[in-house]
Design a protein around this ligand. Structure first.
Ligand SMILES: [Cu+2]
Length: 628
């Protein structure tokens, strides 16, 4: 990292802020590694001027800056056969969608052997993360933490810098994601007898890129199918597949991580769920957790014995080191099915878990306290945890909304038709298709998205395929009602914003599914009775950018459209985006972004239809990136 202290002094709210330019130069490549002991190819990013960490190639390097800094990140793509892009999850890129890093939406993919530079001002503090936003690439390893120093937690809670830990959680597979997606989305009877394979279950869980896989498990003939709620049976992934192409599996390749908790002190844990399909449970034997921030925003502190964390979310925790110091205490990371980690529950969602240790000194005895929580005293199944418990630090009221947008989503299975893939997802009946060029380019250069939208086509299961966009007028406040008709939870993420959640609950008057997969029509009447009027200012339950929508439930949020540009709203289960569980919020003024956002660098690559048009792209006239 290169920090240039240019000592730019800016006047901001009458305060002098010292602004630095923080520069990174990263290279993306694939290497062999064995995160859980099973060797395979992984996709990583490392400092260009130094080699990668052989033992722990990911999480990739931490990006660290302060409020007001200008961050410049050059990405060199040395992957031989994949394009890439980097999304800075939770950073709003205020009036600067050029650096949001979402392929198809805000930029062209960074092709093999090409470079791209992200440049943005830091306008928020706290815990964030970055990941590839190109295909399912981040699930192959391209993830890393972002820490913006100077947040309120630093000032309010006492802990040493050396006891400020990032804990990134992932689930892990033994095949790479291009292969997994081909199996999942491959057509029925691609060859006689082929059935699409659901990307479940994962083989292991990783804490900061390390896990332990039991290499003795070699039998692949067991009960590797699962049934959906309509009784259809699907092949599941076989664990552990086969001998690795890359060499021997070694269960003890990595010993569990240890986190030092000095007796009598406090530590900070920055918990980040960087999984591609798993909501995690997290707890530490014998220790209470104080949640102090959610999605980088300080919350009213709450003490819990355990917590749920959906994909994409960040929870900052303070832990008191106040137990008997000569024990090791287990840090548990489990799937959401059970708090009884050693027990394997067979069936659709087998319980997986992994662990690390909390130690009080580097000479802690090896006597371990292993004791799972007493399920009788914890609310282990509350799916509305984040809406009930993660409250803003001060009482906050949502702004009046001018309009409600309802987004109802469901799976539209294809197993009946046995044509194409296993499943497609639809939001309001629309299965998302990428546009013909990045939406940001279309609007900025031509003033309209229309010609960039994918050609609509009729789906096979009462759905249509289209580039699903909702339009919002700059400066206005809107209410979004999201309805999950599916019997599983989905973790959603909105780019560009933190939103105010004002309601969440089970779907009123819910009718069980009929299994014939006709599209559900949403009746808004029950919601009109249930929800506060649009012109009211209800109390905000929680704020964030990454949120869980529980099974057969609804979640309502309000947001003020003050950040112009095309912002992706999508399920963060990686295998749900591609089959269509996504849409775009386009925040514009009179249909345009141009006068509201910063100018792009004159070097932004163009792609898609623009590349082949006879008239040249209208390139910006400014020679350098400017901040208005
Ligand atoms: Cu999903």
């Amino acid at each position: 990292m290169l920090v240039i202290f240019v000592l730019l002094l800016l006047y901001s709210r009458n305060l002098l802020i010292e602004m630095s330019v923080v520069e990174y130069d990263f290279t993306v490549r694939s290497i062999p590694s064995n995160p859980d002991g099973y060797p395979r190819s992984v996709t990583i990013m490392h400092h260009t001027n130094s080699s990668w960490n052989i033992d722990r190639p990911f999480p990739c390097p931490t990006i660290r800056a302060r409020l007001g800094d200008l961050v410049r990140i050059q990405i060199r793509n040395l992957l031989r056969d994949q394009s890439t892009s980097i999304h800075f999850h939770g950073l709003h890129m205020f009036k600067n969608p050029w650096s949001d890093g979402t392929v198809h939406i805000t930029q062209c993919a960074i092709e093999p052997y090409e470079n791209f530079t992200y440049e943005f001002n830091i306008t928020q503090t706290g815990t964030f993360w970055y990941h590839s936003h190109s295909a399912q690439q981040y699930a192959d390893g391209l993830i890393g933490p972002i820490i913006i120093d100077g947040d309120p937690i630093e000032h309010k809670y006492v802990y040493d810098q050396s006891n400020d830990y990032v804990i990134m959680l992932q689930e892990w597979y033994h095949d790479d994601w291009p292969t997994i997606m081909t199996a999942y989305q491959g057509p029925f009877d691609a060859y006689p007898g082929f059935r699409p394979v659901y990307p479940w279950p994962p083989t292991s869980f990783l804490i900061n890129g390390h896990g332990q896989f039991d290499c003795r498990t070699t039998d692949c003939t067991g009960n590797m199918t699962w049934k959906d709620s309509c009784g259809y049976e699907y092949p599941a992934q076989c664990i552990p597949l086969r001998a690795s192409f890359f060499g021997r599996c070694n269960s003890t390749a990595h010993s569990p991580d240890e986190f030092l908790c000095p007796a009598g002190k406090q530590i900070r844990l920055r918990l980040i769920n960087a999984a591609s399909g798993i909501p995690f449970r997290f707890w530490i034997d014998q220790h209470n957790l104080t949640i102090v921030a959610r999605d980088s925003l300080e919350i009213s502190p709450i003490n819990v014995t355990h917590l749920h964390i959906p994909i994409g979310q960040r929870l900052d925790l303070i832990v008191h080191c106040n137990r008997i110091p000569n024990f090791k205490y287990t840090i548990f990371v489990a799937s959401r099915n059970s708090y009884k980690p050693p027990q394997n529950i067979t069936g659709q969602t087998p319980t997986l878990w992994t662990w690390a240790y909390l130690i009080y000194s580097n000479i802690s005895t090896d006597k371990r306290q292993i004791q799972s929580l007493d399920e009788s005293i914890i609310d282990s199944e509350n799916p509305f945890f984040e809406y009930e418990y993660l409250k803003p630090i001060e009482t906050r009221y949502a702004r009046r909304a001018i309009r409600r947008v309802t987004l109802a989503f469901e799976v539209v299975w294809n197993n009946r038709t046995r044509i194409d893939a296993l499943e497609e997802w639809a939001v309001n009946g629309i299965t998302f298709e990428p546009p013909k060029e990045p939406l940001l380019h279309a609007n900025y250069f031509d003033g309209t998205l229309q010609h960039s939208l994918a050609d609509e086509r009729i789906g096979r299961v009462n759905n249509i395929h289209a580039t699903h966009v909702h339009y919002f007028e700059y400066g206005q406040t809107y209410e979004i009602l999201m309805i999950n008709y599916d019997p599983q939870l989905h973790p959603w993420h909105l780019h560009g914003y933190s939103v105010d959640f004002i309601a969440a609950g089970k779907i009123p008057e819910f009718k069980p599914r009929t299994c014939n997969r006709t599209r559900r029509e949403t009746n808004e009447d029950p919601y009109d009775k249930l929800l506060p009027p649009l012109n009211s200012t209800p109390v905000v339950l929680s704020m964030g950018d990454s949120f869980n929508i529980p099974p057969e439930s609804y979640v309502v949020f309000r947001f003020t459209a003050n950040n112009p540009g095309p912002w992706f709203l999508h399920c963060h289960m990686e295998w749900h985006i591609w089959p269509g569980m996504a849409l775009v919020f386009s925040v514009e003024q009179n249909g345009r972004y141009e006068d509201l956002i910063h100018s792009p660098s004159n070097a932004i690559p163009i792609c898609g239809r623009r590349k082949y048009r006879s008239t040249k792209a209208r390139l910006p006239s400014l020679v350098s990136f400017s901040f208005k």
